[in-house]
Design a protein around this ligand. Sequence first.
Ligand code: FEO
Ligand code: CA
Ligand code: CA
Ligand code: CA
Length: 679
Amino acid sequence: MTDHDMTRAAFRTSLLEENEGDGHNETANPTMGEIIASRFSRRDFLRGSLATAAIAATVSPLALATAGDARAETAGTASDASRFTFTEVEAGIDANHHVAAGYDADVLLRWGDALFPDSPAFDPTRQSAESQARQFGYNNDYVGYIPIDGSSEHGLLVVNHEYTNEHLMFPGIVSVVDKPDEKDPAKMVKALEIAPADKARVDIEMAAHGGTVVEIRKEGGKWAVVRDGAKNRRITSTTEMQLSGPAAGDARLQTVADPSGRKVFGTINNCAGGVTPWGTYVMAEENIHGYFMGTLPEGHKEAENYKRLGIPEGTYAWGQFHDRFDLAKEPNEPNRFGWIVEVDVEDPNSIPKKRTALGRFKHEGADSIVSKDGHVVFYLGDDERFDYVYKFVTAGTFDPNDRAANLDLLDEGTLYVAKFSEDGTIAWMPLTHGQGELTAANGFASQADVLIETRRAADLLGATKMDRPEDIAPNGVNGRVYVMLTNNSKRKETDAANPRAKNAFGHIIEIAEADGDFAATTGRWEVLLKCGDPSVAEVGASFSTETTKNGWFGMPDNCAVDTDGRLWVSTDGNSPKATGRTDGLFAVDTEGAARATSKLFFRVPVGAEMCGPLMLPDMATFFVAVQHPGDGGEDWEGFGRPSYYEDLSTRWPDFKPDMPVRPSVVAITKAGGGKIASS
Ligand code: FEO
Ligand code: CA
Ligand code: CA
Ligand code: CA
């Protein structure tokens, strides 16, 4: 979701306002005060401000520590050169997308596209919930791929639909008004006002959320949707789901409509996600607070729990028409959201399961990897200012030859939260009932309580307050883990892992788990990259000196590791005002002297954010998701006013006067075929 400081229309109480707002972590966890480990600050300072080859060649301690293994795996590339071979895109902003020369970027799936033989044709002027539930949803975010027969040319694409932008989706609901500028009230600015929602609109919104599972096939080098695919499926905010794992059935999950505490309808705000080693699709529930409204009954026991998550925010009007989103009517319903949802894509009628063992917070993503001894490790970010980095390790082990035996692995295991120490070590602290502070004396009567209030449990363990943890990607080739920290302009006190006050542009941390074991409870870490314009010394960015004026970025958000173990980062919040460029997909070197070199591979149209980066195993296709294109345009000289359905800053990707802008998944291939960004 876009950073509201940068591009949002004035009317919009962005869900991210909570993430971008004052934050909810009011605990006094020990931070590391003013101390900035000198090994980081000195190197980063030098890199950011001087362009001397000798300094650019500095290799980090972590890189040296495991250089041997990494080199062996990346044979064929010179250790001092970028491992990405493509001609960089020029950074900038306009109404279209741009991909590196020699590549094709083909739109595969647009909001409203048919997913089934009986899907109604998309007509934005006559949309209905029934139509929307048979069409591709709005604001595509996570993109995953589950191969059919091991193929990189035929498989199931799984896509999250994070949220809806009513002003871009619906005709006739926006008026343009003059309003005092938020920062300079003496100045009047144009703002958008949206007409109150009716039930029909709310139901379309609910059907546009959730996820898509759709068969796709590549023929003659081009991808197409298989509309009669037997496993095609839409998941929405009304799909029946089951709560499973340690918190299932707990009294705190019981509602008037569901006294069992095990049956819930729908999933919301599905941001990033993952595909498990056993081929299921996991969807993260992130900014759930915006969907709830109303007031808890006086003295209700969930008050503190909800406050920690910013519930209710009331961005959406769903609670006016559906009791479960109104706290006065269903005070426990918010406890049934904020989980990781697992979908068995092999059966289109399977009931998705909310896996409570992985905790409840503003889940960003859930990338996983099998550890040395067969346990499966999920890396989990909680995207809010001053919230935490987590991982979950399954109790059972993965059996590649027995899919059925893997299907409930996510119901049992240990959830850990990270403490980053200034000496470069990391400790993964278990969130286990009865251990340490997690006892009845502190209000945790059971593991269910620990999981329902994961944030409060992590507060008590003294976890490190981070600068908005987004996507986290384990890299099976070099044994590291990459953590995207998008920004935190409210940070006053710095620590080694969050080294910049008023961190406007974010950073990336690299973790090396002990003995290369992803299930380890200790490890080492360091800052891979501090983002922002490296030509402005005060920003303190630390891109390598090989990074061009096009290659740097701010606000890392989603990320992906390709088959060769190379890191790709997509961004959320670059704009004319913030960084003079749109969001995009960046290739980031992690090895040798090229470490921290970034190159721009693809950029989005005005107003959009870049999501879902996914390289297929054969490295011949890269899928990206263009989210909320056309959301904004005030700060772009090519438009200069708020953007809405009738007056859009872009009509990407169709560019037809009667068709609104449409969030879409794009397939990038090399012209003529071949491995992407490889020579
Ligand atoms: Fe959905 Fe944290 O962005
Ligand atoms: Ca995002
Ligand atoms: Ca990812
Ligand atoms: Ca983001």
